[in-house]
Write a protein that binds this ligand. Sequence first.
Ligand code: NAP
Length: 307
Amino acid sequence: MNQVRLGLVGIGKIARDQHLPAIASVATFDLAATASRAAQVDGIDAYPSIEAMLAARGDLDAVSLCTPPSGRVDQALAALRAGKHVMLEKPPAATVSEVALLDEVARDAGMTLFTTWHSREAAAVDTARDWLADKRIRALRIDWREDIRKWHPGQDWIMAAGGFGVFDPAINALSIATRILPHHLLVSAATLSVPANRVSPVAATVQMRCGDAPVEVNLDFLQTGPQRWDMEVDTDAGTLVLRDGGRTIALPGTPATTQPNEEYSRLYRRFADLIASGQSDVDVSPLQLVADAFLVAERKTVEPFDF
Ligand code: NAP
């Protein structure tokens, strides 16, 4: 496969923690440039904005966006219109309509668009999907509880408009659920707990249905002590348990197994395959569920939140 010259945009936590090592591990990609207002990567051609990068580096083949979701649509449009393949961090954009527009523009331009959902690449997700395929689902419980101060220190954008609040991590759970369940999920009710000094929820509950089965979702961004990224699926053949964000699985009658995290190298290998085969992978379903929860939710104001 030809080398893909890549521009990486938004050099923040996830770019450094996951994208840079994953890009280095997938031979197809050559990290050729970065675009970030404040940050740079040692030894890599750096630009203060995606517009400056695209203007100077017409030789780039693809762009990977690691900025916050709000405003990402304009960066993606600029890249697609400049003839670059585009990979989007999750959530792919701030709204469902933005993703529809990007999909259309990518098709018209003949470029690959990849809306990534990294948690779907967690080690046990495929096993869970295969096991559930012929089961009758009776109930599903999702518990996604993490400490925003530990995992997202100082990231004010998460609690601002378009930042998703606790749904920034929780959309990972929904990306797994929409991958492993044999039926569509429908949101029926939600409560959002919004701090008095913020716009986005710091905790939430969501009730959904999967076929006839009830789905209960509990989300907390202020969890101290043990962190939880768990889901349990009751079926006619017993309960499947996924823990650690999809890395650990326990099927009925078998001990739990945990495997290493290769989520981001899997994403970049898939991006390379999509580019090579001239395809896109655009799935908005986890974002649609978050949008639906926001549509039907009751809101309550809770204690102010500061980092
Ligand atoms: P972050 O640390 O805040 O980094 C994002 C970077 O984007 C910033 O460093 C900033 O770099 C740039 N940026 C451009 N416009 C910005 C704006 N309006 N506000 C703030 N930063 C802006 O965020 P992150 O944790 O890496 O998250 C980025 C995306 O990755 C999000 O969609 C998130 O859901 C996803 N993600 C995060 C994690 C995680 O654990 N943190 C895990 C998986 C996925 P400059 O200032 O240099 O421009």
